[in-house]
Design a protein around this ligand. Structure first.
Ligand SMILES: [Zn+2]
Ligand SMILES: [Zn+2]
Length: 247
């Protein structure tokens, strides 16, 4: 990681753009590959009807990758100009705490902004394209209005500007973020029942959780956890009933 950081620090905008292209197309390809593998697992079952992949979905997913590339470049430039500071401490405990903090902080911010875009007329228009997918497919995670993609990226950059995280902590968080987003849009239940029950008890969002959001957009705004939906009474009634029976 230190070698990459050293190269990036000395690199010009062209080299930073190449790095950004490689990383972001890697995340995109990794998500599609994971989606394909998970949806082929023998013990899974489909959650809803098949969501067709349109040509406009493919185009929009490429635009999302370009937006993510732009955010990466902005992040590197902010770091080079000293606005974002990276912690040199890369001990396992520090990284674990950083990842948990990033997930919890971003979970809250994403809940607030996601709920806001559903209720504010102007922003609802921006989020509508994602909800054209009433069911989900392998591109749903990337079928976002450019303002949403850049908005998420800038929110993330704002958080790491406030507190110096390590490069490893940030990279791990981003990896978990794309993993979670892929599983959230899976349209297949892939976890064994006992695991699923455990995930729900730990307030973790599952494929079923986000699938219900696409079906019933007034519920389940959380991304990583259901904690804020439980607290602010936006959990889908079927999950609420389930929680009452398991408690
Ligand atoms: Zn979605
Ligand atoms: Zn939504």
């Amino acid at each position: 990681m230190n070698e990459i950081l050293k190269t990036l620090y000395q690199a010009d905008i062209f080299v930073i753009t190449i790095y950004s292209l490689v990383i972001n197309t890697g995340i995109y390809a990794g998500s599609l590959l994971l989606y394909t593998l998970l949806s082929k697992l023998p013990f899974n079952h489909r959650l809803g009807s098949r969501q067709p992949i349109l040509r406009s979905d493919i185009l929009l997913s490429f635009i999302t990758v370009l937006c993510n590339m732009l955010v990466f470049i902005i992040g590197v430039l902010l770091w080079k100009y000293g606005v974002i500071k990276l912690s040199p401490d890369e001990s396992i405990v520090r990284i674990a705490v950083e990842v948990i903090v990033l997930i919890l902080v971003m979970d809250f911010l994403m809940y607030v902004f996601h709920r806001a875009v559903h209720f504010m007329r102007y922003f609802r228009k921006i989020h509508e394209r994602h909800h054209e997918h009433e069911s989900t497919n392998m591109l749903s995670l990337f079928v976002l209005h450019p303002i949403e993609s850049i908005g998420f990226g800038l929110m993330m950059l704002a958080v790491i500007t406030v507190f110096p995280f390590s490069a490893v902590g940030i990279s791990l968080y981003l990896l978990i973020n794309s993993l979670w987003g892929t599983i959230g849009h899976l349209n297949h239940s892939v976890l064994p029942q006992w695991w699923l029950r455990k995930a729900k008890k730990m307030f973790l969002c599952t494929s079923e959780f986000h699938y219900l959001h696409h079906q019933y957009p007034g519920f389940n705004f959380g991304f990583y956890t259901a904690a804020w939906d439980i607290l602010f009474h936006t959990l889908h009634p079927s999950l609420k009933r389930e929680r009452r029976h398991t408690m």
